[in-house]
Design a protein around this ligand. Structure first.
Ligand SMILES: [Zn+2]
Length: 399
C-alpha cells in the first residue's frame, strides 16, 4: 500500500514536470510540432498527445492544422499556446526613476498592449505611483481585448525583499514600501503579484529570450540615473542572503568622488550614471533622458566634446566592470539602459579597459548591448508572473 502511494506520487510528479516542460518550451520557443515536443520531453508521440490534450482542456494550448511536410507518413500536428486575447495574460509593471510602464503580456511574452509615461523626478509616493499604475493598467487591459489576467509582475529600481517589499530605492526616495500589498489593494482579483529588482528582471528576460539566451554566466548592467546590475551564474540568478545582490551601482570606485544618493562617497553610479554623463558634457545633470538623447545625437554628428564625454565615461564603466569580471568570470556582459543606446560610443573603450584590467584567463568575456531594449525589465516582470503558472500549469488553472 505504501509502495502504491509512493508510485502514485512519483507519477504525478513526473506528469507535472512533463506538462511544465511542454508549456515552458512553447512559451520560450513558440509553435512546435508534436513530434519535436517528443524529442524535447523524451516521450512518445501518444504520451505527448495526452499531455497536450490536458493543456488544451484548461485553455492553455491549441493544436493547429498540420502542414503537409513533403515526406511520407502523417505530418505531425503543430502545438501552440493560445495567443492574443484568447489566452491567459499577465500584467507587467515597471517603475524607474524617470518613467513607469504597464503592459499586458501573453504567453510567449507577446506584448498585447503597453503604456509608458514619464515620471516626475519629484519624489512621488508609492501610494500615488500605484494609483497611476492602476489607471494605466485598466486602459491596457481593455486595449488588449480584455484577456484573462492570471497574475502580475513588477520591476522596480530598488532593493526588493522576498515577499515584495521595497527595502530601499535611493533614487525613488522610497524606504520600506510594501509594494506588492499596495498593488494587491488595487487589484483584488489578481492571484499573484510578484515584485523584483528591475536589473535582475531585465537580466532574466535577456537570458530567456534576448541577447544572452543560451549563456549561463552573465552580468547585466542597467543604466539610467542609477546603475543597477544582475549576475547570473550557472544559469541561475545570484541573489545573496537577503535577495539584494547585484547593487553594482554602489561599488566604491572613487574615494575622492561625489556623494551618492545612497549617502556614500564615490559609488560607481556617481561616475557612470546619467548625472555624471551630463555633468561632464556641461549639460543640466537633471536633464534626464531628453538630454542624454541629445548628447547621443551630438556624438553621432561627430561632436568632439560629446565623443570625449562618452570616452571618459566608458573608461569608468570599464574600471568598475573589470572588478566584476575578475570576481564573477562571466561569458557575457550586457549593457542596458542608456548604454545600450550609446553602445557605439562606449563599447570599444570598455573592451580595451577590460583587456588591461582583467586577468588573462577571464578576458574572453563578450561585451554586448541589450537586445530587448527599453522593454527588457518589463518583459522580465512578465516572466516573473508566468513563473507562478509554468511549474504546474494544470493545477494553476484548476485550483
Ligand atoms: Zn551609492
Amino acid at each position: 500500500m505504501v509502495q502504491q502511494v509512493g508510485n502514485g506520487l512519483r507519477s504525478a510528479t513526473v506528469r507535472t514536470r512533463n506538462l511544465s516542460q511542454i508549456l515552458t518550451h512553447l512559451h520560450l520557443e513558440g509553435a512546435t510540432t508534436r513530434s519535436a515536443l517528443g524529442e524535447v520531453t523524451g516521450l512518445t508521440r501518444s504520451a505527448v498527445g495526452a499531455l497536450v490534450g490536458e493543456l488544451e482542456a484548461v485553455g492553455l494550448v491549441r493544436e493547429l492544422p498540420s502542414e503537409p511536410n513533403g515526406s511520407r507518413g502523417r505530418p505531425s500536428p503543430v502545438v501552440d499556446f493560445h495567443d492574443g486575447a484568447s489566452g491567459p495574460a499577465v500584467l507587467a509593471f515597471e517603475i524607474l526613476v524617470d518613467s513607469m510602464a504597464v503592459a499586458v503580456v501573453g504567453l510567449g511574452c507577446q506584448v498585447l498592449s503597453e503604456h509608458r509615461i514619464a515620471r516626475s523626478r519629484e519624489q512621488v509616493s508609492a501610494v500615488d505611483t500605484v494609483r497611476d499604475l492602476a489607471g494605466m493598467a485598466q486602459r491596457c487591459v481593455v486595449e488588449a481585448g480584455s484577456p484573462e489576467i492570471i497574475g502580475a509582475g513588477v520591476a522596480v529600481a530598488g532593493l526588493v525583499r522576498r515577499g515584495g517589499e521595497v527595502a530601499v530605492a535611493p533614487n525613488l526616495g522610497w524606504v520600506d514600501v510594501a509594494l506588492a500589498e499596495l498593488l494587491a489593494a488595487e487589484f483584488a482579483d489578481l492571484r499573484s503579484i510578484d515584485v523584483g529588482n528591475e536589473a535582475q528582471l531585465a537580466a532574466l528576460a535577456e537570458a530567456r529570450r534576448g541577447v544572452a539566451k543560451g549563456f549561463g554566466d552573465l552580468i547585466y548592467i542597467s543604466a539610467e540615473v542609477g546603475i543597477g546590475g544582475a549576475v547570473v551564474s550557472a544559469g541561475g540568478p545570484v541573489v545573496g542572503h537577503g535577495g539584494f545582490a547585484g547593487e553594482v551601482g554602489h561599488i566604491p570606485v572613487n574615494p575622492a568622488g561625489r556623494t551618492c544618493a545612497c549617502g556614500a562617497i564615490g559609488c560607481w553610479e556617481t561616475e557612470v550614471g546619467e548625472r555624471a554623463l551630463l555633468r561632464r558634457a556641461g549639460m543640466d545633470s537633471d536633464g534626464g533622458r531628453v538630454e542624454v538623447g541629445r548628447l547621443i545625437e551630438l556624438a553621432r554628428e561627430g561632436d568632439a566634446t560629446a565623443s570625449e564625454v562618452f570616452r571618459e565615461t566608458a573608461g569608468w564603466i570599464g574600471f568598475g566592470l573589470a572588478g566584476l569580471v575578475n570576481v564573477m568570470n562571466p561569458q557575457m556582459v550586457v549593457l542596458g539602459g542608456m548604454y545600450r543606446e550609446a553602445f557605439e560610443f562606449v563599447g570599444d573603450v570598455v573592451v580595451d579597459r577590460l583587456a588591461t584590467r582583467v586577468l588573462e584567463p577571464l578576458r574572453k568575456v563578450l561585451v554586448v548591448p541589450s537586445s530587448l531594449g527599453a522593454d527588457a525589465a518589463l518583459l522580465g516582470a512578465a516572466e516573473l508572473a508566468f513563473d507562478r503558472m509554468l511549474p504546474d500549469p494544470v493545477r494553476w488553472r484548476t485550483s
